[in-house]
Write a protein that binds this ligand. Structure first.
Ligand code: IPE
Ligand code: IPE
Ligand code: MG
Length: 236
């Protein structure tokens, strides 16, 4: 069974999951955080090496102050309380996104979990927080410009080389999942998804359990990835 090396999830539909039940949107975010915990462990058990998740976009600051504060509090609580479990499983946590506009306690929680799990070898959980795909490319371009100013020779620079300038040097995405029914990528990992397979489902993220994840894996196994070439070597 071919397992994707890098899976990325746009965790959408928390708000609608809650509204449908007559609950506040925040209840959906809390439930979503529980789903993420189960899913991360399951994905690593299935052999996925890197799991990237979209937790908060740069554009999510457009939401009400109440919802933004809830999401900031949730990430701090999540990192501080789930650390033991994640660490025990040997998972390394990295956070991708801009460090500007974030509260000091959020920044401290990020540094803390990244530092404490940095030697773990059983898989990487990449949490995209205050993240934008175009912003990541701009930030990478700025780092590259510095190296060019310092004499980097660009003659043989490849698209693979550019990965080193992204927030973390992660492999390209093999399988991109979006829950919640929207058919768009909402400024997620634009550089990394160039040849990824897409899986869209109407299921709201809090309901996206192990069996839903396995459906996406199954679909992936039946895709014919060609990367611009031909798998069937016959030519006319
Ligand atoms: C995704 O769920 C989580 C975040 C964006 C933080 P939403 O909050 O976007 O849920 P819907 O799309 O409104 O249902
Ligand atoms: C994308 O969902 C961001 C996250 C899942 C964190 P949004 O709900 O913000 O995306 P749009 O607004 O529907 O494009
Ligand atoms: Mg949404």
């Amino acid at each position: 069974m071919e397992i994707p090396n890098h899976v990325a999830i746009i965790m959408d539909g928390n708000g609608r999951w809650a509204t449908k039940r007559g609950l506040k949107r925040s209840a959906g975010h809390l439930e979503g955080s529980k789903t993420l915990e189960k899913l991360a462990l399951h994905a690593m058990n299935m052999g996925v090496k890197v799991l990237s998740v979209y937790a908060f976009s740069c554009d999510n600051f457009k939401r009400s102050p109440e919802e933004v504060t809830y999401l900031m509090d949730l990430i701090v609580k999540y990192f501080n309380t789930k650390f033991e479990k994640i660490n025990k499983k040997g998972i390394r946590v990295v956070v991708s996104g801009r460090k500007t506009n974030l509260r000091p306690d959020v920044l401290a929680a990020i540094t803390n979990i990244e530092t404490k799990t940095q030697d773990n070898q059983n898989g990487i959980l990449n949490i995209c927080f205050n993240y934008g795909g175009q912003e990541e490319i701009i930030d990478a371009a700025k780092k590259l410009a510095l190296d060019i100013n310092n004499g980097l020779d660009m003659t043989n620079f490849t698209r693979e080389d550019f990965f080193k300038y992204l927030y973390h040097d992660l492999p390209p995405i093999d399988l991109l999942i979006r829950t919640g029914g929207e058919l768009r990528v909402s400024n997620f990992m634009l550089y990394e998804m160039s040849y990824s397979e897409f899986y869209f489902t109407n299921t709201y993220f809090p309901d996206f359990d192990k069996s839903e994840f396995n459906k996406a894996l199954f679909m992936f196994q039946n895709r014919d990835r060609r990367f611009g070439g031909l798998n069937d070597q016959k030519s006319n």
